[in-house]
Design a protein around this ligand. Structure first.
Ligand code: NAD
Length: 501
């Protein structure tokens, strides 16, 4: 069985403690994919030293030159797309179509951010004093720690690693312990494409050990995190103690509102994809369907029929529409919430059990599950379950629907199905979310628009778009005084209103 390594200072190295963890296929746990380093504080120390050393030179490399490497990485990913997607399905469970999309997102991000190498725009402005000019530029921050979730094992790291590098930072990447192979492939491409040693380092391992050590290390400057709201809070606390820049992308409980004037076929189609894509294990998954009473029964019947018909199985099989749950703990969490939903009095319309027929018993498969007549205050309607479990909630007016939609602690994605432009515009204005879709489900963000959430989903930063550059660069204001004399801002300006002075 292959033992994979960490990548530190341009070398593939074993973990100092010599310990490894297993990476298994969630669709068939008999398949051991590989053994990966269980890194400790000592490994982290080495990675930080390498990243700090490399930063001294990398920050001085002209951004268009940095970008040329990133462009090559994106080109190489195009060639490797199918191989990486297959391995990603083996370790993460998503169906092939989706893992190809995951790699594609990294490719898109690579090309998009490589273009920033020739932009990284600042701006010039005026000065209140004569013979003086003023402008703003972006400068790198230092060493960025990238800690990510398993559900988008290449896309999400790419949203952070490409912009961090183009801005002139060096990076230490601690991927999810559930998807180390995809991280290995990703980092290998950077090596192959000529990224200098130490500029990108890979430290495998678990969150409370390797992850936390990276956050606490005095030699790291940016903590860029994607994962659960609970771990995000912990990282924010550590970051605050060390005066670090912290960017958090966290959980969601995303609503889709279906109005009485909606195209119902389109809405059903969108809701099935939004709710059960990636087995509901997306931060943007549609886990609450808020449906107008006038179309409630009709929508529910059609939606449940489609949910029951989904083909669940191994993601490598082209017939499969929904893959497994990532691991046993997540499966238990889903089972816990389904029991809770029943106790809370929600009506179970379909699913609600683990699938164990034939070879499915070797994986973590769960039936697509729909609860109807859910009250917005129930725990199943409030907490992020992160699985194929959907709550259907009735409403009578748009105001009420928006109040229900906003009545959770999260605010990532949101959607409304309506043919009435007024409903759409009110939803755009009033939904508390970083993303709002009109007549499309809550999933499907594109990389050149800002991505992130409000309330307990984020902390004010955005990935994607050029907005992501604000996470990975500092603004520097520059004043150039070519008057040859002392000029005092705010003080000497008084005199200057007199002409000829
Ligand atoms: P998680 O919070 O358990 O883990 C995320 C990462 O944090 C992993 O790499 C893990 O090893 C690390 N980690 C765990 N404890 C840590 C600690 N004490 N210190 C430092 N690092 C630590 O999340 P997960 O189960 O991997 O992913 C699912 C969650 O991610 C869901 O809540 C989902 O909504 C969220 N998510 C959010 C987005 C987004 O962009 N908003 C995208 C994908 C997933």
């Amino acid at each position: 069985m292959e033992r994979y390594k960490n990548y530190i200072g341009g070398e593939w190295v074993d973990p100092v403690g010599g310990e490894y963890f297993e990476d298994r296929n969630p669709a068939d746990t008999r398949e051991l994919i590989g053994l990966f380093p269980k890194s400790s504080r000592e490994d982290v120390d080495k990675a930080v030293a390498a990243a700090r050393e490399a930063y001294k030179k990398w920050r001085l490399v002209p951004p268009p030159k940095r970008a040329e490497i990133l462009y090559r990485v994106a080109q190489r990913l195009v060639e490797l797309k199918e191989t990486i997607a297959r391995d990603m399905t083996r370790e993460n469970g998503k169906i092939l179509e989706e893992t190809r999309g995951d790699v594609q997102e990294a490719i898109d991000m690579g090309f998009f951010i490589a273009g920033e190498g020739r932009r990284l725009h600042g701006y010039t402005t005026t000065s209140e004093l004569p013979d003086k000019m003023a402008f703003c530029i972006r400068v790198p921050v230092g060493v960025a720690v990238v800690i990510t979730a398993w559900n988008f094992p290449m896309a999400v790291p790419s949203w952070k690693i490409f912009p961090a590098l183009v801005c002139g930072n060096t990076v230490i990447f601690k991927p999810s312990e559930e998807t180390p192979l995809t991280a290995h492939h990703f980092v290998k491409v950077f090596e192959e494409c000529g990224l200098p040693p130490g500029v990108l380092n890979l430290v495998h391992g678990f969150g409370p050990e390797a992850g936390q050590a990276l956050c606490e290390h005095p030699g790291t400057d940016i903590l860029a995190f994607t994962g659960s709201t609970e771990v995000g809070r912990l990282i924010a606390e550590i970051g605050a103690r060390g005066h670090k820049r912290v960017s958090l992308e966290m959980g969601g409980k995303n609503p889709i509102i279906i109005m009485d004037d909606a195209d119902l076929d389109l809405a059903v189609q969108g809701c099935v994809w939004g709710a059960f894509g990636t087995s509901g294990q997306r931060c943007t998954a549609a886990s609450r369907l808020i449906v107008h009473k006038a179309v409630y029964t009709k929508f529910l019947d059609a939606f449940v029929e489609r949910a029951k018909a989904l083909r669940v199985g191994n993601g490598l099989d082209p017939q499969t529409q929904m893959g497994p749950i990532i691991n046993e703990a997540q499966l238990r969490k889903i089972e816990h919430y389904v029991e809770l939903g029943k106790q809370e009095g929600a009506r179970l319309m379909c699913g609600g059990y683990r699938l164990t027929d034939g070879d499915l018993k070797y994986g973590y498969f769960y039936a697509p599950t729909v609860f109807a007549d859910v009250h917005p205050s129930m725990k199943i309607a409030q907490d992020e379950i992160f699985g194929p479990v959907v709550c259907v909630i009735p409403f009578e007016t748009l105001d009420e629907a928006i109040e229900i939609a906003n009545g959770v602690r999260y605010g990532l994605s949101s959607a409304i199905y309506t043919r009435d432009v007024r409903n759409a515009m009110v939803a755009i204005r009033d939904l508390q979310a970083g993303i709002t879709y009109i007549n499309a489900p809550s999933i499907g963000a594109e990389i050149h628009l800002p991505f992130g959430g409000v309330k307990q989903t984020g902390n004010g930063h955005r990935e994607g778009g050029t907005q992501v550059l604000d996470i990975f660069s500092e603004w520097k204001a520059v004043y150039v005084d070519y008057s040859g004399r002392l000029q005092r801002a705010q003080i000497d300006t008084e005199r200057l209103v007199k002409l000829g002075d």
